[in-house]
Design a protein around this ligand. Structure first.
Ligand code: PMV
Length: 347
């Protein structure tokens, strides 16, 4: 038997991916950009093992056995084995030979240290971790973001630290639809993320299903992908390179709002934000107005939980404001803030 264990953190997009031009290969209709959190925080931990004793491929997620029938898992396993076959070297080095590993079945065991499928990018961390672990196990070299992308689009961005773009690419085979690190995690150490957990319930419509309906029905989404995202990508990349928080924060909020506007423009409409999410948005704008400049920016994925980007020097002030507006309550021994659980995370 041979086994590998890895961890991968979630990433929080500032230019959102929403919509696919190819469902099978997971090719997006627009490029996107995110920050990957640091390793110790919200992350997936995955162990993959191959053994001649295993009779079939199996997987456990958070202690519960999951079916590997899902085409996303099948795509990842097929692509990993295809790449490994290409560079098969029998009996190499220590441990299991690649020839053995290729004819054996895999067991996958993955746990998230945060709510799964609650719009906290759990699939990004999960698939990125799975693909990275499998690539190590099968000794695959070169770019693996193309494989992670075929598990969950946003997963390709969690393979790198710092700010990472996922270029939509132009080719039909997806070979140029890959992730690329814009700056490392050391570039902007003052930048922090606060995660306000509004709900840890599973989202009512998954991102993949949601995107499918949006692509078919939202004209706003088409306009956004063609005309707005290309411009925003350039502007926010420059802002990040220059550590220009004002520009970065404004584009981040605008892009989150446009994602949710496109969801509302979908027919039938998709609504991920709830009243608490909207109160947080309102509060952020009030606070920024009061300060006379942007101190904090919100962004929401496919769920009601808020991610706040801010500079380290403003964490105490923003936390005080959140605590003031959402007085803390105790729930199951954890400190929640009137339905919010606050996590303070470095990038
Ligand atoms: O990778 P998916 O299928 O979980 O989609 C992620 C979509 C958003 O989180 C809403 C946006 C993004 O770019 O991460």
């Amino acid at each position: 038997m041979d086994a590998v264990t890895c961890t991968a953190p979630v990433n929080i997009a500032v230019i959102k991916y929403w919509g696919k031009r190819d469902e099978a290969l997971i090719l997006p209709i627009n490029s996107s950009l995110s920050a990957t959190l640091s390793q110790e925080q919200l992350c997936a931990k995955t162990t993959v093992a191959v053994s001649g004793q295993f009779t079939r491929d199996r997987m456990w997620l958070n202690g519960k056995e999951e079916s590997l029938e899902n085409p996303r898992y099948q795509n990842v396993l097929r692509e990993i084995r295809r790449r490994a076959r290409k560079r098969k070297i029998a009996g190499e080095g220590k441990g299991t030979s690649l020839s053995d590993a290729l004819s054996w079945h895999v067991h996958i065991c993955s746990v998230n240290n945060f709510p799964t499928a609650a719009g906290l990018a759990s699939s990004a961390a999960g698939f990125s971790c799975l693909v990275y672990s499998l690539a190590k196990l099968f000794r695959i070299e070169g770019d693996i973001s193309e494989i992670a992308r075929q598990g969950s689009g946003s997963a390709c961005r969690s393979l790198y630290g710092g700010f990472v773009s996922w270029n939509m690419g132009e080719k039909d085979d997806g070979t140029d639809s890959v992730a690329e690190q814009l700056v490392t995690e050391n570039h902007w150490p003052e930048l922090q993320i606060l995660i306000l957990v509004v709900s840890d319930q599973k989202k009512h419509i998954g991102s993949s299903a949601g995107m499918g309906v949006s692509v078919k029905t939202s004209e706003l989404l088409r306009y956004r992908a063609e005309h707005i995202v290309p411009r925003r990508m350039k502007e926010i990349e420059t802002a990040i390179q220059n550590k220009d928080f004002q520009t970065f924060a404004k584009i981040t909020m605008q892009d989150s709002n446009q994602l949710h506007a496109s969801c509302l423009d979908t027919y039938p409409p998709i609504i991920y934000l709830n009243d608490t999410s909207k109160q947080i948005m309102h509060l952020v704008h009030k606070y920024n107005d009061f300060c006379g400049e942007i101190k904090v920016a919100y962004t929401f994925d496919a769920g009601p939980n808020a991610c706040l980007y801010l500079l380290e020097e403003d964490v105490a002030g923003v936390l005080a404001m959140v605590n003031h507006c959402f007085p803390p309550i105790e729930q199951n021994g954890d400190q929640y803030i009137r339905g919010l659980q606050v996590e303070e995370l470095p990038i």
